[in-house]
Design a protein around this ligand. Structure first.
Ligand code: AMP
Length: 229
C-alpha cells in the first residue's frame, strides 16, 4: 500500500507517520526530514535548500522530485539492520506532495513503476491548534523523532529518548516563519484536497487530541476501508 499523509504543517503528519511505519512496516518518506539531514551534513543539496527551509518557503519541485525519485529507486539505506532490510509494505509519504505539480509528478512516477496510490489521509486540525503545536515542538536532529514539550515530552528534559542527545527547536517553528508556512500551505498545498477528492482516494481523520488515539483511528481506517478497496 502507498499512502500520503496530508495536512497543515504541525498537524501531526511526522508523529503519525513514525507510529504507522513502526506498526505497519511501511517505509516513511519525509521530505522535510531528508532536507534537514542534508543540511546537517552540509552536503551540496543541504546548502541549496537551507534558505528555503529557514524562510518557510517550498523547495522547488524539480529538487523535491529528484529526492523522491531516488528514494523510490533505493528505499533501503545500506546501514540498516537485517530486520529493517525486509521488503517494505509500501510507502508512507509525509510532507510530499505539497503542490499540484508534485502530485501529478507522483502519479506518473508511481504508474511508471506499476505502483498505485491507495489513499490520501487528511489530518484535519484547526489552524490555532497547529500554531500551538509547532511552538512547543522539539525534534531530534539525529533520528528525527518528534516531541512536544506539553503533550509528549521526552523522559529527560530536552534529550532524545533514543539516546541520540540534545533536542532542537526547529528554526522554522518561530512565529514569523510559522505564519509564512501557513500561507504557503493555503496557497499551494490546500488545492491537493480537491485534487485527491477527484481521484477518489481521499480520506479524512480528525487529528485533534491524543496522538495514540489518532494513530489507532488511522490504523482502523486503513484496515477496514482502505485495504479493502
Ligand atoms: P516539513 O518537515 O514537512 O514541515 O518540511 C519542512 C520544510 O522542508 C518545508 O517548509 C519546505 O521548506 C521543505 N519541504 C519539505 N517537503 C517539501 C515538498 N514536498 N516540497 C517543497 N518543499 C518541501
Amino acid at each position: 500500500m502507498n499512502i500520503i499523509l496530508l495536512g497543515y504543517p504541525g498537524s501531526g503528519k511526522g508523529t503519525q507517520a513514525e507510529a504507522l511505519s513502526a506498526e505497519l512496516g511501511m517505509e516513511h518518506i519525509s521530505t522535510g526530514n531528508l532536507f534537514r539531514e542534508e543540511i546537517a551534513k552540509g552536503t551540496p543539496l543541504g546548502l541549496r535548500v537551507s534558505e528555503y527551509l529557514s524562510g518557510g518557503k517550498l523547495v522547488d519541485d524539480k529538487t523535491v522530485l529528484e529526492v523522491i525519485n531516488s528514494k523510490l529507486e533505493k528505499p533501503e539505506k545500506d546501514e540498516k539492520s537485517e530486520e529493517e532490510k525486509k521488503p517494505s509494505k509500501g510507502f508512507l509519504f509525509d510532507g510530499f506532495p505539497r503542490t499540484v505539480e508534485q502530485a501529478e509528478a507522483l502519479d506518473s512516477l508511481l504508474s511508471s513503476k506499476k505502483m498505485e496510490l491507495d489513499a490520501v489521509i487528511f489530518l484535519n486540525v484547526d489552524e490555532a491548534d497547529v500554531i500551538e503545536r509547532m511552538s512547543s515542538r522539539r525534534i531530534c536532529p539525529k533520528c528525527s523523532k518528534v516531541y512536544n514539550v506539553i503533550s509528549s515530552p521526552p523522559q529527560k528534559e530536552n534529550t532524545c529518548d533514543a539516546g541520540c542527545g540534545e533536542l532542537l527547536f526547529r528554526e522554522d517553528d518561530q512565529p514569523a516563519v510559522i505564519e509564512k508556512r501557513l500561507m504557503v500551505y493555503k496557497d499551494l498545498t490546500e488545492p491537493l484536497i480537491s485534487y485527491y477528492h477527484a481521484n477518489g482516494v481521499f480520506y479524512e481523520i480528525q487529528a485533534r487530541g491524543d496522538a495514540k488515539a489518532i494513530t489507532e483511528n488511522i490504523i482502523s481506517l486503513i484496515k477496514t476501508e482502505i485495504a479493502k478497496n
